[in-house]
Design a protein around this ligand. Structure first.
Ligand code: CDP
Ligand code: MG
Length: 823
């Protein structure tokens, strides 16, 4: 007698159900392995029937396994938790909508179960209805850390190990197998997958999460998907957003239906700066930057940039806040809103720990810098008392992937968990036991001034939507409290929603991507975006890519450009890494690239600036280079680490151990990337790539390759040097640079990492380079009219070198191009 399952197989083989499962393509099971492709290899099966039979068998196995696991007590326990989530009430409606519509937009408050539940419902339903083997659900996350944590969570809800039915794949790291049916990956990984599989043929359901954040990758992906959907009629697209601006996305996809999941959160009371000051008796200190700016000057400097600060300053604080005590009023007046006062954050934490009942504290800061400083500060805080009563944890998007479990786990009794986070904890990561939120109100945001080609990463006020999200984090399991470290008036004038990233960042990495995906002319492609970027910004990006040699004159990818596409970093940093390999000074290239991509490890204590400067200079030696100082400092750190005295070393040389550790991790990541694309052969050992790592001239030359077109010409003015760039004319060397205050330089040019505008235009982190380095690695060369001098085509920099030198240099450059195209 046939068993129930056998009967169902019989039915299935004859049924038309297969078509509905999204298997219009010949998608076979996904590939396992470390860097397997997302949707699996597209091999035409020898016999469709055979494959179908194999798939049915696999579907049955999946169902048997799921049924067995469902009976286990841990899964039952999880199940009762899951059924309490608001998403559960919508399960049937959601699954029906997925079945009936190609595109679906979901909105719902953070924590309602969108990420962990909805893709899981699709999976469960697919497996239960014996369609499991045909399913390949992919869910994108904007950040690595959330891809991993969500996948791990779902695996444990299902009672499986991570990497079985549920897996993840992030840059350079994956845990998945042939059984994997639900895969979490970063949006970047999916975008790269599109190079090999432009139709995402192996994917049955694609879930794009956190679209409300309006990240550049997500906005980019949506353009591609809108074009792709007609080619994949059976693929399902589900867009998920934490805010209720679902309409915008629905319209973009021809009025796709939307489902809103009503939230279940506890009330959160809120306090603003004025209340916090009253409670803590904290008096805000005048925060003078190391340049010794007066408060007035600082106001001038910031008020131009920040309309909200301006607004705040126009208000008569005295009358607005007359009910507050004198010290509070004084403090409020000192509050300029331009810099975050970590003392204030600490005071708020201290207040909570001393006066409020138990519960975890989640602190929103703007970046790694403040997280690491505050971490140290709290560890040394005497008022907090017994340190064993606290568990202080950092949470940052580029954190190494270990140690993350601690953030979600309940701390032992009598121990208070304090999480210091960036806006990553705003919507993609839910820490359930948070009862108190301390919000600085800012996030680091890039802004791009297309006219001046000036990009800055500066802390700026978050939107009302973000502030609301942050506040909501406190009310997950019980009523909570949110301490906002800014006055109410600032909150009232915040933007409703943040500007999408695509409108406020340089577009070179994106343009490179568009090119590698062969999506046609960049400008017309991007004009199809939800909110298209400024054409000038597009033009600048193309121009830069041509200048660094990633695109040729016809805007096609060059061999260098093709390599840069495979490196998920800014094209300039990518070029630095590639040149480091080719010219065998890999170690400094890795260090400098890590610092450029993350941040530099030198700390600048306001009170000991002189000593800190001297320490940095001691690393630079006579190189006239901040970058070389950095590489040397890192070497020193590694050596100190071998001798187990890295803490003392960092203390002595004003280095941040936390940043250095992060850099170590990034160096490893970069090395893996380079080995992945064949530029480093690990079996040869890294020393083979470091022949010239101590050759200053070589290192400066590859820095020129990586940082071009950020060039400054050094012109002698009597006993001093003046500095000029082609774009903005005269600039100054940043006071924190080892080159600040140097009167004369041995070499005629400088390359720099970044230009910042404060009281004047400064170039940050610079390296003095020779004209030959510039000729070899800088922009295009042309002979001037008389054939004598050499001109840099786009740099407008003039050299007096002869025609034969030009010929030689062009030949050398040609050799380099050949080398790159051979790889
Ligand atoms: O995506 P959304 O913000 O709607 O919620 P979610 O990430 O699916 O989280 C739903 C619930 O699962 C949260 O309230 C957390 O309690 C829980 N969760 C967890 O305990 N551990 C995780 N790693 C992720 C979620
Ligand atoms: Mg989520």
């Amino acid at each position: 007698m046939p068993t129930d399952i056998e009967r169902r197989v019989g039915n299935l083989l004859n049924s038309s159900q297969k078509a509905a499962a999204g298997n219009e393509s010949d998608a076979t099971s996904s590939q396992g392995g470390k860097h397997g492709s997302l949707g699996g290899k597209m091999v035409k099966p020898a016999s469709m029937l055979e494959t179908d039979a194999a798939k049915e068998k696999q579907s049955i196995e999946l169902k048997q396994k799921q049924d067995k696991l469902k009976a286990s007590s841990s899964v039952k326990e999880m199940q009762s938790f899951r059924e309490k989530l608001p998403a559960f009430k919508m399960r049937t409606e959601f699954l029906k909508a997925v079945e009936e519509n190609q595109v679906l937009v979901i909105s719902g408050e953070t924590g309602c179960g969108k990420t962990t539940q909805l893709p899981q419902y699709i999976l469960e339903e697919g497996i239960s209805s014996l369609r499991g083997a045909h399913y390949n659900i992919v869910c994108t996350q904007p950040r690595r850390i959330s891809a991993i944590s969500v996948a791990a969570r779902i695996a444990s809800e299902r009672g499986e190990s991570l990497g079985e039915t549920v897996g993840y794949q992030i840059r350079l790291e994956a845990l998945r197998s042939a059984q994997t049916r639900l895969l979490f990956c970063t949006t970047g990984v999916l975008l790269r997958q599109l190079v090999q599989d432009p139709d995402l043929t192996g994917v049955s359901h694609l879930v794009v999460d956190e679209i409300h954040e309006r990240g550049m990758n997500e906005d980019f992906l949506l353009i591609i998907l809108r074009d792709l959907l007609p080619r994949r009629p059976n693929m399902r697209l589900i867009l998920m957003s934490a805010t209720i601006n679902a309409d915008l996305f629905s319209k973009y996809f021809r009025n796709a239906p939307t489902i809103h999941i009503p939230g279940l959160t506890f009330p959160v009371s809120e306090f603003y700066l004025e209340d916090v000051l009253e409670k803590t008796h904290y008096e805000i200190q005048e925060l003078d930057s190391f340049q010794g700016n007066s408060r007035q000057r600082r106001r001038e400097q910031y008020s131009k940039k920040d309309p909200i600060t301006e607004l705040f300053e126009e208000v008569d604080i005295g009358s607005q806040y007359k009910n507050y005590s004198a010290s509070t009023r004084l403090s409020l007046e000192a509050w300029s809103g331009s810099q975050l006062d970590l003392g204030l954050v600490e005071a708020a934490i201290e207040y909570i720990c001393r006066h409020e009942r138990e519960g975890a504290v989640l602190v929103f800061l703007t970046g790694w810098d403040e997280i690491s400083k505050l971490l140290e500060q709290i560890k040394g805080n005497k008022l907090l008392g017994d340190q064993s009563k606290f568990l202080v944890l950092p949470l940052h998007g580029s954190m190494p992937t270990i140690n993350q479990r601690e953030i979600f786990d309940r701390p032992p009794p009598n121990k208070r968990k304090i999480v210091l986070a960036t806006n990553i904890a705003e919507s993609s990561i839910t820490i359930d036991d948070v009862v108190y939120v301390v919000d600085c109100g800012k996030a680091k945001e890039t802004s791009y001034d297309a006219l001046n080609k000036l990009a800055c990463l500066l802390p700026s006020w978050v939107s009302k939507a973000s502030a609301h999200q942050r506040r909501g984090r406190a009310g997950r399991l019980q009523p909570g409290v949110c301490y906002r470290l800014y006055p109410k008036i600032i909150h009232d004038s915040m933007l409703q929603y943040q500007l999408p990233e695509i409108l406020r960042t340089p577009l070179q990495e994106l343009c490179l991507h568009i090119k590698s995906l062969q999506l046609g002319a960049v400008g017309s492609f991007l004009s199809k975006a939800l909110q298209p970027p400024d054409p000038l910004a597009v033009e600048n990006a193309i121009e830069l890519l041509k200048t660094i040699g990633a695109l040729d004159d016809k805007e096609e990818l060059t061999p260098l450009g093709r390599h840069l596409c495979t490196l998920p970093v800014d094209p300039n940093i990518g070029k630095l890494l590639l040149m480091g390999c080719v010219f065998q000074c890999l170690s400094p290239a890795l260090t400098i690239a890590a610092a450029l991509a993350h941040r530099d490890p030198f700390v600048l204590p306001i009170d000991r600036k002189r000593e800190a400067d001297a320490a940095k200079r001691s690393f630079a030696g006579d190189s006239c280079s901040d970058h070389i100082a950095l590489a040397k400092a890192f070497e020193g750190y590694k050596e100190a680490k071998c001798n187990r005295n890295e803490r003392a070393f960092c203390w002595e040389y004003f280095l941040s151990p936390v940043t250095l550790r992060m850099m170590e991790d990034m160096r490893d990541q970069f090395l893996n990337l380079l080995s992945d694309i064949g530029f480093v052969d690990k079996s040869r050992g890294v020393s083979a790539y470091n022949q010239y790592s101590h050759d200053m001239e070589m290192v400066s030359a590859i820095l020129c390759a990586g940082l071009y077109p950020n060039v400054v010409q050094c012109k002698r003015r009597g006993k001093r040097t003046a500095f000029f760039t082609k774009e903005v004319g005269k600039v100054d060397i940043h006071p924190a640079s080892v080159n600040a205050g140097v009167h004369l330089f041995p070499l005629p040019y400088m390359v720099y990492s970044e230009r910042v505008k404060t009281t004047s235009i400064y170039v940050r982190d610079s390296t003095n380079i020779s004209d030959y380095a510039l000729l070899l690695f800088g922009g295009n060369l042309v002979a001037s009219k008389n054939g004598e001098g050499i001109e840099m085509l786009r740099g407008y920099l003039h050299f007096s070198a002869s025609k034969s030198v030009l010929d030689l240099i062009q030949k050398l450059r040609g050799e380099l191009d050949k080398l790159l195209s051979k790889k």
